[in-house]
Design a binder for this molecule. Structure first.
Ligand SMILES: Cc1cc2nc3c(=O)[nH]c(=O)nc-3n(C[C@H](O)[C@H](O)[C@H](O)COP(=O)(O)O)c2cc1C
Length: 251
């Protein structure tokens, strides 16, 4: 038994500072192929991946995201939930397939498919020596992203991924995750709030110390504080509207 993949995954940290070197065409092809090898619900393959090396397109997407590494990277990917091709099959089918992709289940299937593909790509890229960061920030303005990428109906831009060789001064490190007992339940869910609170409190201290050590004490918020700030910000409340406009969640 090998622990190679385990060790690779445990080393992961998001990289937000890249060298200018482009990711080679050969690497991009291998990454996409590795992504496509992920399992896919009912063989539907309900995703597309848009590879972007055009500086103007990157610049347009950066305006949506607000994050400099959308431009400053070796290559940019956008992961799209995609039922456009299924809709084409539907045009010539004796069956009506549309319920499948217009339903909430269709949304879950497409989103899960795209996430599995993306994580295969992330792991393969890290194994090749590249760094990566996901970009949910592209959902700041879904309509604009649809326009920039000329996305047709029955598609939806879910998130991006910036890739590249980590900059020499890139110094990220693996962030502590929730204790395993907190996320791993055996045979049934343990909803005992006291158990959950105790675990959270210990984790809060771990995260606070992690930030303090990485920022010379400038930052020391706990995980609970961080997620409380983030989750109370009421961001991107137009997602249902955007999904509806793109042909999703009609049923
Ligand atoms: C779907 C998704 C979207 C994300 N969007 C962004 C983003 O827009 N900008 C960013 O800097 N990081 C983004 N991240 C990275 C997370 O902030 C990061 O994974 C998390 O803080 C854990 O850190 P780590 O990846 O270094 O372990 C995203 C991650 C995921 C999975």
């Amino acid at each position: 038994m090998s622990d190679y993949v385990y060790n690779l995954l445990k080393k992961h940290h998001s990289v937000r500072s890249f060298k200018k070197d482009p990711v080679s065409e050969e690497s991009v092809k291998q990454l996409i192929e590795a992504g496509q090898s992920a399992s896919t619900s009912s063989y539907l393959q309900a995703y597309s991946i848009i590879g972007i090396d055009d500086p103007e397109v990157k610049e347009d997407l950066k305006e949506v995201s607000g994050q400099p590494y959308v431009v400053e990277n070796g290559y940019l990917l956008v992961f799209v939930m995609d039922y456009y091709r299924h809709a084409i099959v539907n045009e010539n089918s004796k069956n009506d397939m549309s319920t499948s992709f217009e339903s909430a289940e269709g949304l879950l299937v497409g989103t899960i498919d795209a996430a599995l593909v993306a994580q295969n790509i992330a792991t393969t890229a890290e194994d090749m020596g590249y760094g990566m960061v996901y970009l949910g920030s592209l959902r700041n303005d879904v309509e604009r992203v649809r326009e920039i990428l000329e996305l047709p109906e029955h598609t939806f831009p879910l998130f991006g991924m910036a890739l590249g060789i980590p900059a020499d001064n890139e110094n990220g490190s693996p962030k502590p995750r929730l204790p395993i007992e907190h996320v791993f339940h055996q045979n049934k869910y343990n909803s005992d709030k006291e158990v959950q609170r105790r675990a959270l409190s210990a984790y809060d201290q771990t995260v606070s110390k992690y930030y303090a050590s990485r920022t010379n004490g400038e930052r020391s918020e706990t995980w609970s504080e961080q997620i409380s700030n983030f989750m109370s910000a009421k961001q991107r409340l137009d997602m249902l509207e955007q999904l509806n406009k793109s042909g999703f969640i009609q049923k």
